[in-house]
Design a protein around this ligand. Structure first.
Ligand SMILES: C[S@@+](CC[C@H](N)C(=O)[O-])C[C@H]1O[C@@H](n2cnc3c(N)ncnc32)[C@H](O)[C@@H]1O
Length: 468
């Protein structure tokens, strides 16, 4: 368990939590850092611990300490607070409010892909392990990682502007020497650590009136040691209490229930389900992924999704003016973007959005790149729209054959790229000398294999003339 775990328990006792009967503790789990493990037999669906609202790290508990109310989101404010009180040199955090909690957070995120991207941008060292790993990622994963990076830098802009305008807040920084300001790079490095803690450990917690408010999130001690699973029944909250509009007090204690199906045995790991995320999302957001065999992927007993957005955008851009028109039309009808192929539920299939987009593409595909729309474009589009609304099954047999042929060639391109990706990862992995790097090479190989087998499964279905 983390060295400062006993101090966390004493601190939680001070907040009124009953920790002497806590039936779980964090233990090291190979390949996953720590995990939350039962220390004795726990009956099913039973409250196992209650974390007091005052021990939750979120905008409700922090805002009173940052007057006047900062114009920062929940993620930005919690990240700012962690940035100020990051424990350094293995010493406990100096935060008078949440110090014992902050002291048991992971001290580094060197194995997280956002850290590699950040380091590559700052250090520009093409020969680092991080740069090698980034260069081996499937392009679709890189695109998604860029999305995460954009959010990170946008949050950093907000927080650094806040710090510049509020020098008294910056002065709280525990590791800031009085005589010299912390360099911008160091500040950003510490913010990255803070931000990754928030983004890999926060849970949804209804703090605001509206359900979709982005500030409905919190860090929650103890629970945040729970790893992700899709295989077993996860921990839960009573009657989905995290999603109930807050009462007058505005702050609720959080109760967690043991898995509902069976008794948990001593030494058994207890999990959460972080959401129905694809491996690509788990990887770029949380830095890990779930494993599946070739057979599970081909048979559809394991879920895998591959984003084919880049291929579709290139296809449509290749149509010049006509492509621009198609894009406008797809945007107006709500079909632009989020095109993917899936293994599950079997049979493997393209998403409905992808089918719909390819149908439109082929309604007009016989026209040259910069041709004008046909005179009867309204009629043509009407046929397409009828198919999208389910008023007719298909546009025509010819249209069906054409879009399936295009999907086949997209999948075959993915297969070729992924086969080459797997070979390259294997070759580079044998040269790696860093422990966590080896584990990461295996993860990246899994990302490529997932693309490979998903594309193969879809090809097989097209060839067998499966109806999608
Ligand atoms: C909420 S924390 C869970 C506790 C964390 N393992 C620790 O050591 O503090 C989320 C992080 O745990 C790791 N993790 C969670 N579920 C995992 C899994 N199924 N396999 C591997 N790592 C996992 C990832 O690094 C993720 O970003």
């Amino acid at each position: 368990m983390p060295r400062l775990w006993p101090s966390l328990l004493s601190w939680l006792d001070g907040h009124g939590m009953e920790t002497s009967t806590l039936p779980v503790e964090p233990r090291e789990i190979p390949g996953a850092g720590y995990g939350l493990v039962a220390v004795r037999r726990i009956p099913p669906a039973t409250p196992i611990f209650i974390v007091p609202a005052s021990a939750l790290l979120n905008c409700n508990t922090l805002q009173p300490h940052y007057p006047p109310k900062p114009v920062l989101s929940g993620t930005q404010l919690v990240s700012l607070h962690l940035l100020l009180y990051r424990p350094l040199d293995h010493l406990p955090s100096t935060d008078p409010l949440f110090g014992p909690y902050i002291s048991v957070l992971p001290s580094s995120f060197h194995a997280h892909p956002l850290t590699w991207l950040w380091k590559e941008r700052v250090e520009r060292n093409e020969n680092s392990v991080e740069s090698h790993l980034l260069a081996l990622l499937p392009p679709r994963v890189v695109r998604d990682l860029e999305r995460v990076a954009t959010t990170f830098y946008a949050d950093w802009e907000k927080v650094s502007a806040y710090l510049q305008e509020n020098s008294h807040v910056q002065a709280k920084m525990s590791y800031r020497p009085a005589e010299a300001p912390v360099s911008n790079v160091d500040l950003q490095r510490n913010f990255l650590w803070a931000w990754l803690n928030v983004n890999t450990r926060c849970i949804y917690h209804r703090l605001k009136k509206t359900q979709s408010d982005p500030d409905n999130m919190t860090l929650c001690p103890i629970l945040d040691f729970a790893n992700h699973t899709t295989q077993s029944t996860p921990l839960s909250t009573p009657k989905n209490v995290t999603n109930v509009a807050p009462g007058k007090k505005g702050t609720e204690d959080l109760t967690f229930l043991s898995p509902g199906d069976n008794w948990a045995l001593p030494g058994q790991e207890l999990f959460l389900k972080y959401g129905s995320h694809s491996n690509c999302t788990l990887f770029v957001e949380y830095g890990f992924l779930t494993r599946a065999t070739e057979r599970e992927l081909l048979e559809g007993t394991a879920q895998a999704d591959v984003d084919v957005g880049q291929a579709i955008e290139w296809l449509i851009e290749g149509k010049g003016n006509l492509g621009l028109w198609m894009k406008d039309w797809l945007e107006a009808e709500g079909y632009w973007g989020n095109w993917s192929i899936h293994t599950s539920p079997a049979p493997a299939h393209p998403s409905y959005r992808l089918i719909t987009t390819l149908r439109l593409y082929h309604v007009l595909s016989e026209l040259g790149a910069d041709s004008d729309l046909p005179e009867n474009s309204d009629e043509v589009l009407d046929e397409w729209r009828k198919a999208t609304l389910g008023e007719r099954e298909i546009i025509s047999e010819q249209n069906e054959a054409l879009w399936k042929a295009t999907l086949l060639s997209i999948c075959n391109a993915i297969i070729r790229e992924a086969e080459a990706g797997v070979v390259q990862v294997k070759r580079r992995a044998s040269e790696c000398t860093v422990d966590w790097g080896k584990w990461m090479y295996e993860n990246i190989e899994m990302l490529w294999k997932e693309e490979l087998h998903t594309a193969k499964a879809v090809v097989r279905c097209i060839e067998e003339d499966v109806q999608f």
